[in-house]
Design a protein around this ligand. Structure first.
Ligand code: ATP
Length: 348
């Protein structure tokens, strides 16, 4: 187990910058998730820590020790990838035990550690099967067991659940979180799925365009996104962002106007989450027409067209509306976010 520190880490490929000066400290035992859209630099960060790529500049420290020049095999970390990369001709037990064989551990010790790791992922009864005879979820468990069998100081996981169907992903997510806390092994986990990030992480690092956009606990990034990118990336559906003009404490937009005291005159973007909007009885803060009404079981998601904007609203399961009917919405003033129009940065 160890802490990890990335200091001014940078990676360029020719003229292309895959990662700008990244600074990040990961605590011992922490489950840290790197979240961002395709191409933002998540996997590059992971590959740098793993030693599969060399940084253009900056330092990587594991347990306080600079490991830039330490070869990948000596970094004492275990990786789990999207394609589990199991050896098809080996049994489950042989696959799990392979890292121990490479490390030349005696057979008896290997066998007991393989059994122990297999038990942790509930695969001990399938040790003699081959990967071809397993389900996707079982293969994923074998890959996890192979990662934990060596008790490394760090786990690196790159989209390890994305090959599984939605239901199994939810099950494996819970198992993975439980296992990581039980083992207490520092983990860096890459995903583009914000639900996975929210549910697994102690802290989330949101990346876009090779830069960190925000670092925080799931609750922090949800409640107080630093900019419109984070606001529109976290949450399902994400925060509504509405462009308009502030004039003498009033925010005017295509669908109405609302009080926005203390903000300077000029263009601005307000943000509000779907659950912080209610259907108004009266004028409301915004009026529009119902574009769609979707019953989700425990709630109803209304999509309301207002001017150019499409506003997502989460209401009760019995509050569905007719398509194309007129609707007025009330925004919870305490839950309004204000962003700068030019930079997207949070103002309030
Ligand atoms: P994804 O979710 O699609 O895997 P990612 O965030 O993991 O995306 P990276 O793999 O880190 O993205 O890549 C970041 C950027 O660097 C991408 O634009 C990619 O095309 C570029 N890149 C990665 N490896 C190389 C390489 N060897 N040569 C040139 N460009 C590269």
């Amino acid at each position: 187990m160890a802490s990890v520190e990335l200091s001014n880490l940078q990676k360029t490929f020719g003229a292309f910058t895959a990662l700008e000066q990244l600074n990040l400290k990961i605590d011992d035992g922490e489950f840290l998730v790197l979240l961002g859209p395709s191409g933002c630099g998540k996997s590059t960060t992971m590959r740098l820590v793993a030693g599969l790529e060399e940084p253009t500049a900056g330092d990587i420290l594991i347990g306080g020790r600079r490991i830039n020049d330490v070869p990948a095999r000596d970094r004492d970390l275990a990786m789990v990838f999207q394609n589990y990369a199991l050896y098809p001709h080996m049994t489950v037990g042989e696959n799990i035990g392979y890292p121990l064989k490479i490390a030349r551990l005696p057979r008896a010790e290997r066998e007991s550690r393989v059994r122990e790791a297999a038990e942790k992922v509930e695969m001990a009864h399938l040790l003699t099967r081959r990967p071809g005879e397993l389900s996707g979820g079982q293969r994923q468990r074998v890959a996890l067991a192979r990662a934990i069998v060596r008790t490394p100081q760090l786990f690196l996981m790159d989209e390890p659940l994305s090959n599984l169907d939605a239901k199994l992903r939810t099950v494996m997510r819970a198992e993975l979180k439980h296992l990581q806390k039980e083992l207490g092994t520092t983990t860096i986990y890459v995903t583009h799925d914000q639900v996975e990030a929210m549910t697994l992480a102690d802290r989330i690092v949101i990346l876009n365009d090779a830069r960190i956009q925000q670092i925080g606990t799931p609750a922090e990034v949800y409640a107080r996104p630093d900019n419109t990118f984070v606001a529109s990336f976290i949450g399902s559906p994400p925060m509504n962002l509405i462009e308009g003009q502030v004039e003498r404490g009033t925010f005017a937009h295509a669908g109405g106007a609302l009080a926005l005291p203390g903000q300077p005159d000029g263009p601005a973007i307000i943000g509000i989450r779907p659950e912080d909007i209610a259907v108004a009885h009266g004028a409301g803060d915004l009026s529009g027409t119902v574009f769609s009404s979707e019953l989700l079981g425990d709630s109803t998601l209304l999509n309301v067209r207002s001017g150019e904007a499409m506003i997502a609203v989460k209401v009760g399961p019995t509050e569905g509306r007719e398509m194309n009917s007129a609707i007025a919405l009330h925004f919870d003033a305490a839950k309004l976010h204000v962003f700068d129009k030019a930079t997207g940065a949070r103002r309030a």
